[in-house]
Design a protein. Structure first.
Length: 242
């Protein structure tokens, strides 16, 4: 039996005792997904915020995460969300996009943080003092809150994508590489929201014809067999603040 406990908030307590009032937590979700956006969130909670059940998003059920996200948006001093499209990840690279998204989320906060807490990622040339801590969502309420907000936002986006591309099972796998997802990729090819730079998304080398005149990976098609297309309205970056 796995016992999980709420984020302790020990980092915020020590920082606030040292005079840092507005401590921001920042986290991202979707790094390892084969499809869909990378989402980063930054959150500043009040010093006295008490949110029962607040912990790492991976330790919560969907119902718990959605309840927590609603509470976080209601009580937080500031919340910012940044979403990075898959084609930008392909063009710029995952790590660079990850760091850019975290930085943009922090800059989009409506209240300037006095101190920044990050989950593992060290960031150079931050405009605020900060600390990167492994498993920060265990000891920081703000990082745990950012994890919840980012996860709920991304999962909702993937369920919307599922309505356009149901063959990939995005409503359940949220873009990660399950066996059903890999089978759909092999049958249908990648969709417009797949990360083509990720290994295996456009096929594996051992599966490709080796003779001259080998075919290119198949174009993604919808369930009626028509070529899929990228929605023209979706910006490369999407940002929300609250």
């Amino acid at each position: 039996m796995v016992v999980t406990s709420d984020a302790s908030g020990i980092l915020e307590a020590r920082l606030q005792a040292a005079g840092f009032r507005h401590v921001a937590g920042c986290d991202e979700v979707g790094r390892g997904a084969l499809a869909g956006p990378l989402v980063a969130a930054a959150v500043i909670l009040p010093e006295d915020a008490e949110i029962p059940g607040l912990r790492d998003s991976k330790m919560c059920t969907r119902q718990q995460r959605e309840r927590l996200a609603t509470t976080i948006h209601e009580v937080a001093i500031s919340v910012a969300i940044v979403r990075v499209r898959p084609d930008r990840i392909d063009r710029v690279g995952l790590q660079r996009c990850n760091l850019q998204a975290l930085r943009r989320a922090l800059k989009r906060l409506s209240t300037t943080p006095d101190y920044v807490l990050l989950d593992a990622f060290r960031m150079k040339r931050l405009r605020w003092p900060g600390l990167a801590v492994k498993k920060a969502d265990v000891v920081s309420k703000n990082v745990a809150a950012a994890s919840i907000v980012a996860k709920v936002h991304r999962d909702a986006a993937m369920r919307r994508y599922h309505r356009k591309h149901p063959q990939y099972g995005f409503s359940s796998n949220v873009g990660y590489g399950t066996s059903q997802h890999w089978a759909a990729l092999k049958e249908f090819g990648p969709s417009p929201i797949h990360r083509l730079s990720f290994y295996g998304v456009t096929g594996f080398p051992e599966d490709s014809p080796r003779e001259n005149g080998a075919e290119s990976p198949p174009l993604a098609r919808d369930l009626e067999g028509q070529p899929a297309c990228e929605p023209a309205y979706e910006p490369e970056w999407e940002e929300e603040t609250g």
